[in-house]
Design a binder for this molecule. Structure first.
Ligand code: GLN
Length: 548
């Protein structure tokens, strides 16, 4: 632990979606493997206080931290890369900054002063950045600024980091991520947009120290020299970031380019040997050398935008590598499963995963998918709304509770097997009011869950308002359904399973938030394993019938 925390700021230029989150996470990984304790923070320039109220089509998945913060999906990348937990402090939006300044103003904290963007908003931003450093546990805080340089809405953030550099010149480093477009007609890589983007930063008083250049083709020495000269950076600080086949390759590509070396040098961080990244490379090897292949159907209503389920998709990648298996995800829109074609669409899958979600669109399709998985004995994993759909399906078709539903969709249904607990009924505001963050769950011995986790007490993260209605517990038990995970504090059902089924698990929590490259989540690892076994059985069955 160094005495002063170093702050690295990552800005983006030319266009959005260049992968600032992945570059930040990769640099953090490299510094972490050199022995530094690192955390990453994301500053988002929108007015929502957090992304919890945003539709996934707007902003992709909402990632939930252990302490129950609803955050940007980049925090998921940070945790998956670093295997270190983040918290509310790691994601700050313009809305949160203004909310806090306005609250202070109402309290009279500004003693009659006019409250202004500079200094009040910028001070608030700086406080939020330094808050992580002041915890005295991090050698390096990497802060990613959302949006693209030049956007009006990110100006206060840019001004705040300029001021921080002025205050702490030796402890602050600026990395600018830009695009070097390739013009196919002339066969050339073009540096002009990068030069302009750096000029814009210079207008704001920021000279980037390092340029990370996204490109489809390798940068020649001449090109690097040109970028260095025009943008006023050292030549070795022009880092190529070539398109990678997987995001998990990026730390190795950044290491080859010497990004961590340059950062250590510029920040005067005493660097150890070049890290071997043994476990990381092992994971990548398994990921790129699968010995088998399976097809998992991911049933959801936002499947056009894959970012909506990014943590689930990444968890399946981690679990696939652990099983030396390529997991192909078939993205299936739940509204396609609402009629008799359902079975046709789901045929041939080795596993079915019904995703989390909100609202009525496509819900009957999700329930049909559960029905197909249950009756055809196909490995099934239901997450949050997916588990609730499993409960509804079993209630309707096994216990014969006709019209059973969740009160989220049908408030007056005759058998509300999923409903709100009293605590939730009193709440009117939408933002930040769900059951959020990590809760304990006690696991029944002899259950499938207990064999998967090998523990009797676990902690998993939640994000929902509705729960299994305990009034129906006996009717489910009588049909052989096992509630294998229970919240010990309030007796809420957290998981269900069907022991007579090959692999049928529904979880009220979100295991996908806790799967990392180094520690793939056991539930996903086991689900993928069950799907592999099922795929082998199917192959055997086909060859038997062919030989008979
Ligand atoms: N809509 C459901 C609830 O609020 C499930 C939420 C989810 O899947 N995250 O309880």
């Amino acid at each position: 632990m160094s005495s002063t925390t170093k702050y690295i700021f990552v800005t983006g230029g030319v266009t959005s979606s260049l992968g600032k989150g992945i570059v930040s996470a990769s640099l953090a990984k490299l510094l972490q493997s050199r022995g530094f304790s690192v955390t990453i923070q994301k500053l988002d320039p929108y007015i929502n206080v957090d992304p919890g109220t945003l539709n996934p089509y707007e902003h992709g998945e909402c990632y939930v931290t252990e302490d129950g913060a609803e955050t940007d999906l980049d925090l998921g990348h940070y945790e998956r890369f670093l295997d270190v937990q983040t918290s509310q402090d790691n994601n700050v939006t313009t809305g949160r900054i203004y909310q806090s300044v306005i609250n202070k103003e109402r309290k009279g904290d500004y003693l009659g002063k006019t409250v202004q963007v500079i200094p009040h908003i910028t001070n608030e931003i700086k406080d939020h950045i330094k808050q992580l450093g002041e915890k005295n546990i991090y050698d390096v805080v990497i802060t990613e600024i959302g949006g693209t340089v030049g956007d009006i809405e990110s100006l206060p953030f840019i001004e705040a980091i300029r001021q921080l550099h002025w205050e702490l010149p030796k402890d602050v480093l600026f990395i600018h991520l830009t695009l070097i477009p390739y013009l196919a007609t002339s066969g050339e890589l073009k540096t002009k947009p990068t030069q302009h983007s750096v000029k814009t930063l210079l207008e704001y008083g920021i000279q980037p120290d390092i340029l990370v250049c996204r490109t489809e083709h390798h940068l020649t020495e001449d090109l690097r020299k040109k970028i260095a000269l025009f943008c006023n950076v050292e030549q070795k600080a022009v880092i190529e970031s070539i398109d990678a086949s997987t995001i998990y390759e990026v730390p190795l590509l950044m290491q080859e380019e010497g990004l961590d070396e340059v950062v250590c040098e510029q920040l005067n961080l005493k660097k150890s040997e070049k890290p071997a990244l043994k476990k990381w490379k092992e994971f990548l090897f398994n990921h790129s050398h699968p010995e088998k292949e399976i097809k998992i159907g991911l049933i959801g209503k936002y499947v056009e935008l894959k970012d909506s389920y990014i943590s689930i998709a990444e968890s399946l990648i981690h679990a696939g590598a652990k099983n030396k298996c390529k997991v192909n995800i078939e993205w299936i829109h739940s509204s396609k499963l609402e009629d008799e074609k359902c079975n046709e669409v789901l045929k041939g899958l080795n596993g079915i995963l019904v995703a989390p979600g909100f609202g009525s669109r496509g819900i009957e399709g999700k329930i049909n998918a559960v029905n197909y998985a249950r009756e055809s004995n196909i490995p099934f994993l239901g997450i949050c709304l997916g588990m609730q759909c499993a409960v509804i399906e079993i209630a309707r078709n096994v216990i014969q509770l006709n019209g059973a539903h969740t009160t989220e969709i049908d408030e007056n249904n005759p058998f509300p097997v999923i409903s709100k607990i009293e605590e939730q009924k009193q709440i009117e505001n939408m933002g930040g009011t769900m059951r959020l963050g990590a809760y304990e769950c006690e696991i029944k011995s002899d259950s499938l869950l207990s064999s998967i986790y090998q523990k009797d007490l676990i902690k998993e993260r939640h994000r929902h308002r509705f729960e299994f209605n305990n009034d129906f517990i006996n009717q489910f038990n009588e049909k052989g359904i096992v509630f294998s995970g229970i919240n010990p504090k309030n007796n809420l059902v957290e998981t269900i399973e069907i022991p007579s089924h090959r692999w049928f698990v529904g979880v009220q929590f979100h295991p996908e938030y806790k799967s990392t490259v180094i520690n793939p989540h056991p539930l996903f690892v086991n689900f993928v394993n069950a799907a592999i076994d099922f795929s082998k059985e199917k192959i055997e069955l086909i060859s038997e019938t062919q030989h008979s």
